[in-house]
Design a protein around this ligand. Structure first.
Ligand code: AMP
Ligand code: ZN
Length: 142
């Protein structure tokens, strides 16, 4: 499996950096985004390190998509958003800040004004305890 020792998401896969894990299977991992745009905002990654959609193996993309659909249903059920986006960025011009392929599972609220490239505001929306509590609610549905 491809891995990059300097990649934060590879470190999460390896367990050397903590996360609020929601789900994992052999090929993918789902965990809470540490700077959530809305309650329930989480990420789905392939466990192998692929920087972006241009380099990801088709089967890894398929596995991530399968997990994202499963997680999205749990987020919908637990957080009850008005809508939900799956978003995936490739390159700095697209707003990609972590170069390990990831799908954002992003719950939305009506008229929330969220643009495709939002500004991360650490700690602005949800505190760590809130993220943990929401993670437990989503996890219970997976
Ligand atoms: P992007 O800007 O599309 O590359 O998204 C990267 C996302 O990863 C951002 O929403 C960050 O908040 C999130 N993120 C970065 N580091 C961590 C981490 N250690 N744990 C959870 N989420 C993270
Ligand atoms: Zn990585």
């Amino acid at each position: 499996m491809f891995t990059d020792p300097d990649c934060i998401f590879c470190k999460i896969v390896a367990g050397t950096v903590p996360c609020f894990k929601l789900f994992e299977d052999g090929d993918t991992l789902a965990f809470m985004d540490i700077n959530p745009v809305h309650d329930g905002h989480c990420l789905v990654i392939p466990k192998a390190h692929y920087p972006n959609v241009f380099e990801i193996a088709p089967e890894a993309f398929a596995a991530a998509a399968r997990t994202a659909a499963r997680v999205a249903k749990a987020v919908k059920e637990s957080v009850k958003p008005d809508g939900l986006n799956l978003i995936q960025a490739n390159g700095v011009g697209a707003g990609q800040s972590v170069e390990h392929f990831h799908l954002h599972v992003l719950p939305r609220r009506l008229n929330d004004g969220v643009a495709i490239n939002w500004d991360p505001k650490p700690g602005d929306h949800a505190h760590i305890a809130e993220i943990a509590e929401i993670a437990a609610r989503i996890r219970a549905l997976l």
